[in-house]
Design a protein around this ligand. Structure first.
Ligand code: NAP
Length: 295
């Protein structure tokens, strides 16, 4: 059994990006510039955005963080957010930007996603990028699925003709990952099944998977008996569970019962240190791609 080291792979990719950025700068080209908008003080979002800013530093990118306060008593006026998005769309110095999700309930998330110009949508959430991805055209790929595909590639895990089962059909993980793995070529050419809360005989479907992807947000849901011997298991789940031994008071837990499932697998991603660090790498790759498209 091989543990897929997402942390190390992400560090390798960031070094590769940093080298490319320094070569660009030495050749007189601009540093890539990523902007991030953060609304309110959601604990998870604060951490994700801080990690994205740190990754920009590691890659030699310029980064800008734009913060908006929003509370139940004083909710942010959505127009203020939309005006800032319009400005970033026009700002020649910004190659790409993200609006950290989730947004407070009173803001229409889909309207925000669609307000970002597709050429600057380095999260790959805009319907234009989603559509291009689904028909196999060059585009910004959604960050988490792109990170998973990169792990499969770097660990040389075969996908051609393999049965992939994805548990979870979200717009940011399950659906775009299914689209990527069913494309012609490598990593792709897989036979993909996407499961959700209405799937019947879920355990049986999972047991058929050569590559099983768990993206439901239910800690330990995928038990060892749902995993075929020799399968590759990709655990996307990251749920905060209470842990009194940690300073933060919580730890991250995946959707797979790792301890019992791992001995059956040929490859498995741990949580943390598997898919998570790769997601930010994909964002960095997309931002570099955005900067290069303007050369
Ligand atoms: P989501 O929007 O919360 O959707 C969950 C999906 O799981 C839905 O499609 C749901 O089915 C399905 N589901 C829930 N319970 C199920 C059950 N008992 N049986 C079968 N399917 C079930 O998902 P998400 O945003 O993709 O997030 C999933 C997990 O991945 C979360 O833990 C999240 O924190 C994590 N995540 C991690 C990263 C990373 O970088 N590591 C990135 C994104 C997400 P229905 O559609 O029928 O409701």
């Amino acid at each position: 059994m091989t543990i897929i080291d997402g942390k190390q792979t992400a560090a390798d990719i960031k070094s590769e990006i940093a080298r490319e950025v320094e070569e660009r700068v030495a050749a007189g080209k601009r540093r890539p510039h990523l902007a991030a908008i953060l609304v309110g003080h959601d604990g998870g979002s604060e951490t994700y955005v801080a990690n994205k800013v740190k990754a920009c530093e590691e890659c030699g990118f310029k980064s800008t963080l734009i913060r908006f306060e929003s509370t139940d008593e004083a909710p942010l006026d959505p127009k203020e957010l939309m005006d800032t998005i319009a400005k970033l769309n026009e700002d020649e110095d910004v190659d790409g930007f993200i609006v950290q999700l989730p947004l407070p309930k009173h803001i229409d998330e889909q309207a925000v996603i669609e307000a970002v110009r597709p050429e600057k949508d380095v999260d790959g959430f805009h319907p234009v990028n989603v559509g291009k991805q689904s028909i196999g055209l060059p585009c910004f790929h959604s960050a988490t699925p792109a990170g998973i595909v990169e792990l499969l590639k770097r660990y040389e895990i075969p996908t051609r003709g393999k049965k992939v089962v994805i548990v979870g059909r979200s717009n940011i993980v399950g659906k775009p990952l299914a689209a990527m793995l069913m494309q012609k070529g490598y990593p792709g050419d897989a036979t993909v099944t996407v499961c959700h809360s209405a799937t019947e005989n879920l355990a049986e479907v999972c047991r058929e998977a050569d590559i099983l992807v768990a993206a439901l947000g239910r800690p330990g849901f995928i038990t060892a008996d749902m995993v075929k011997d020799g399968a590759t298991v990709i655990d996307v789940g990251t749920t905060r569970v209470p842990d009194a031994t940690r300073k933060s008071g919580f730890r991250l837990r995946g959707d797979v019962d790792y301890e019992n499932a791992a001995p059956k697998c040929s490859f498995i991603t741990p949580v943390p240190g598997g898919v998570g660090p790769m997601t930010i790498c994909s964002l960095m790759q997309n931002t570099l791609q955005a900067a290069k498209s303007k050369d």
